[in-house]
Structures are given as C-alpha cells and as structure tokens.
Design a binder for this molecule. Sequence first.
Ligand code: UDX
Ligand code: UDX
Ligand code: ADP
Length: 436
Amino acid sequence: KFMQIKKVSCFGAGYVGGPTMAVMASKCPEQTFIVYDINEQQIQRWNSKQYPVYEEGLDEYVSKTINKNLIFTSDIDLALKDCDIVFLAVNTPSKSYGLGAESQLDISYIDSCLQSIKKYPLTKKLILVEKSTVPIKTCDYINAVLKNQNICVLSNPEFLAEGTAIQDLLSPDRVIIGGPLESSKQLASLYEEWVHKDKIIFTNIYSAELSKIVANSFLAQRVSSINSISIICDKIGADVNEISRSVGSDSRIGNKFLKTSVGFGGSCLKKDLLCLIYLCESLQLDEVAQYWRSVYLLNEYQKQRFINLIISSMFNCLRNKVIVILGLTFKAKTNDTRESAALLIIKKLQEEQAILRIYDPQGKIDKLEQCQSLDGIFEGASAVVILTEWEEFTKIDYVEAYNQMAKPAYCFDGRNLLQSDLMKSIGFLYYGLGRV
Ligand code: UDX
Ligand code: UDX
Ligand code: ADP
C-alpha cells in the first residue's frame, strides 16, 4: 500500500524530530523509523526516558513504539542503510555571523547532514524531506550538493507548536508537501494513515518553504497587533481582553492568537519573521521589509515597555529589593526558554540590582539560580512578576502571599493571568497589560 516505503529516517532528535517520528511510528506500524542525532547524549536521553523535550502525551507515543518500529541512534549507517525517506529536522537557528547575521537562517547543520548523505553509497532512490524551517530555495542548494545522486527533495514543513505538539501531530490543520508529485504522493501515503486526504495540500516546493515562514510571521503579526492595542488601552482606559473578544468573534478574523502578552518568544516566531524580513531585503523590497520589521520592533518595544513599567512603578528603586519571577519558559506547557521574554526581563532587573527569586515548573536555565518550588518564595518580597501563563500560578493563595510580602506589594502580570479586581482588593498594586 505504501508503494516501496519501508524505512524512514530523521536527522535531528530535538523538539521537532522526536515527537514527529514517535507519532508517525505509532500511526505507521509497518514502517521502521530511525531517529538519528550526532549528539549521543540527546539519543541516550530518548532511550532512557529522560526525554530532552517535555510534551503532554509524548511518553505514551514513545513508549509504545520505541525499539519496535522506532529507534533512536547515533549510528549514521543504521539511519541511511536502505532508507526510503530522510526527514531533515536539525536546528536552523538565525545566523550568528557574517552576511545576514541575526536574520538569515543558518543552514550549516543541514549542510553537515548533506555532506554525510553525500558520502554514503545510496542503493536506491531517496526522498529527502525538509522538515525544519529553511530559507527559501534551500531545496536548490540540496539538489546542487547532491547532484548526480538518486534523490528527490521535498518540503514538508512542521507546524507543531510546543506544549501541544502531540495534539498538533495527531490532528494537524494541514500537511503541506511541496515538490515533484510522485514523491510527494509517496510521502503523503504515510500521513494518510491518520490525516484526512483533504488536509494534505500539494504545492510547488518554493511555496511550501515560504508557507512555513509566512505562517509564523502571521502569528507574530497577530500578537504584535493585539499588543499594540493593549498599549492604546493603557492610555485610554479600555480593556484589551474585551477588545480581543469583540474583534476575535468576527469569523473573518478568528479568535486565536489575540492574547496580549509581554511579547512573543520561542525558537520560531522571531526567527522566521526575521528570515522573512531578510528575504524581502535581499529582494530589495524595502516597503515590504519595513512592514514586517514593524511587527518585530513592536515585540521588542512591548518587552521594554514592561520592564520600564516595573522600574518606574517601583520608583526606580529596585536595588536590594526581592522580586519574585514566576515563569521562564516562552509559554506554558513547555520546558523551552529559547527567546523567552523572561530572559531580557531578568537581565534588566539584575542590572537594577534587584534580588531575584525565580521559579518555573519546567524551565531551567544554566547558571541561573532558581527556586525549586513556591515554598516561602514570597517572604519579604516587594514584587511578583508573572511572565508565563502556567496554570499553577493561578492557584497560588495570593492573600497569603500578600501577607508575607513587604509593603507596598506589587504585582506585574505580563500575561493578564490573574483577576485584576481580586488582586487589587487583596491590596496589591496590580499592573496588567491594557486593562484597568
Ligand atoms: C468593511 C468591513 O468588512 C465591515 O465589517 C465594516 O462594517 C465596513 O467595512 P466593506 O468596506 O464593505 O466592509 O468591505 P470588505 O469586504 O471588508 O472589503 C474591503 C476591501 O478589502 C475591499 O476593497 C476588498 O476587495 C478588499 N479585500 C478584502 C481584499 O483585498 N482581500 C481580502 O481578502 C478581503
Ligand atoms: C510556533 C507556531 O505556532 C507553530 O505552528 C510552529 O510550528 C512553531 O512556532 P511555538 O513557538 O511553539 O509555535 O509557540 P506559539 O504557540 O506559536 O507561541 C509563540 C509565542 O507567542 C509564545 O511566546 C506565546 O506566549 C505568544 N503568544 C501566543 C501570545 O503572546 N499571544 C497569543 O495569543 C498567542
Ligand atoms: P528543533 O526545534 O528544530 O527540533 P532542536 O535544537 O530541538 O531543533 O533539535 C535539533 C537536533 O538536531 C539537535 O538534537 C542536534 O544535535 C541535531 N543535529 C544537529 N546537526 C545534526 C547533524 N548533522 N546530524 C544529525 N543531527 C544533528
């Protein structure tokens, strides 16, 4: 039924590769899935249940397939021998050097995969699938590097969001497959084991590559749009939550991604937005580049504005004051702190010489001292700053917390997570975003 597809490999056992292959393996029991990573430690973690990724439901999918038709390995021969499909799910961070530094994506990890594949004597046709976000036309580069080899390049971007990865994989809004039709159909046959045919969209390969960065740029744009409105609300006494509800109930607009926040974070939104801006600039489309850059700049402004709010509300006097930071991750239900607004805010509060007590139920940052629980965390503190919308933070007894804190007791809620009236009635000097 799957034509000749028997063996599928994935380069990169990270946030994308691990969960994606685990779900695929469980839905396609007749195929073997090999997840390969150059980092042996990463492989060991998957093999010893100390997953490098925290996702609800992940354990179930790994447990039922691992060492049956799902294998995590750092043996490249095992990954490439008689393989039909290779997914490229290695990291593609923003370039940190040279031309396009900070904007263009760095495909050197993709490149090192290609060099490995190039050295390997392929015995049959190989379908090579771009899964990670890549700059537009990376497919041309892959074809150039692997010229004369029996390969076909497809783009099949991953849209899973952290925290809901398993759910997103089980019922994706769509599956995009770009590239030559015959190979695209072969890849689609795997997805058709659990995704309805109507949700599988075949496109040309450049459209598929572009659709990923556009989707993430649109998401970023929505967050910046609502954040810009929260700033207006602050000035005029309107409530941004009410605006989100009113505007979002227009079915043409839709109600998702309209939650105001201290700024979007994560490894993808900013990176893909900057990649789009770089693309526009390299095509000399200055007006278009400027449009998208404003989305990025507003996000930076939103973070800085929140920092200024804390510092100015506390009369510019944070030195030696204890500040409780609740949340490090860029959103709830993940252990990922990449590009989290918390990183900048913590740095700025440290510069003010405040004493920080930091707690996050999942997120850990090297070299940053963190509290292991909420026990005693409010004792003598001057302020509590909420940076991630963990449900746990809504369950705190804020009356008790208030009683333990120094007065005046401030609360800066960067997620509009708590009820403003309630917090004020307890006695907190409560500041949310765009609300009275
Ligand atoms: C708009 C609002 O939709 C409506 O809710 C409000 O009450 C009045 O303003 P209208 O101006 O009649 O309604 O037209 P609308 O359908 O919103 O289209 C506005 C313009 O956008 C048109 O020129 C339309 O061609 C253009 N448009 C719309 C696009 O270019 N692309 C689209 O995807 C949608
Ligand atoms: C994103 C895309 O959603 C996903 O499809 C893609 O594959 C990878 O990038 P992710 O980065 O995991 O996923 O998180 P996402 O849910 O998009 O949130 C990104 C940031 O926006 C978070 O910091 C989140 O807190 C923030 N956000 C989101 C808001 O501030 N308000 C919202 O309404 C939604
Ligand atoms: P993503 O969020 O895109 O999944 P991660 O950083 O979580 O990115 O995971 C990417 C993984 O790819 C890392 O575990 C890294 O070790 C791995 N990797 C990087 N380069 C290679 C390579 N040449 N071959 C195999 N794996 C690689």
